[in-house]
Design a protein around this ligand. Sequence first.
Ligand code: FE2
Length: 254
Amino acid sequence: MHTESATPWLARDYVRDVSSGNVTDELANDVYRLVCRTDLSSPGFCLLNLGSNASSESLRRFMVSLKRQLQEVHQARRQRELVFLSAARFDQQTTTKLHRDGGPDECFLVLGYEPSEVRSEVVLADYSRCARDMRLTPNEFLEQHNPMFGPGAELLRPYATRVEAFSNEAAQVLLINNSSAALSKDGTTWQGVLHTATIVNPCDDKRRVVNSMMVASVPLGTVEPVSLSEQDEFITTTTVRRRGYDRQHLTDDQ
Ligand SMILES: [Fe+2]
């Protein structure tokens, strides 16, 4: 069923308070419904606020735990697996245009933002809905109107949601359906959105740490590309890669 909810989405549609730090069944089912959408009746993203006191490690532990709970929901509903394709930490202070991260046709991002003095604004655009309204598939839309290279951003303006609740002062997890799959008649393919971040006050001396994971839907029995020990390393490491700096691409930050 396709409802014609107007974008932008309201905060109550996609913002959740998770200051308890607990990944409950209720939360996992709610996040799955919001993010792993197979039609256009939910946002395709959600923002989880863990508050300003959550440590970096507890944020990352929460992210991995959430993915494992979502995996159980996915297995039960789709008889498929959810696997990590990547898990890494970046100091990300580069303003981007609306884009889709490179990845398979069906995948989502789990972005864990640590509190930072660097402020940013995040916008999501429902390009799957825009494509549907133009009688295109999401891939055709990107081929013909990619907002990275042309005026596609104008077409997407009515489909954009600025994440007003995004705060540089709290630990937050933003989940983004990053798929490019076409709508299927049997309602099983994920429908993605594009994302962008505008950095308000970038600063070489400060960090804006984004713990970044990509998760994909794969057949049962597929070996997870990121091993359990690599997942543990992701949770505990102090290494932060720097992104968007010409002179320094990688730094070991203790
Ligand atoms: Fe991205």
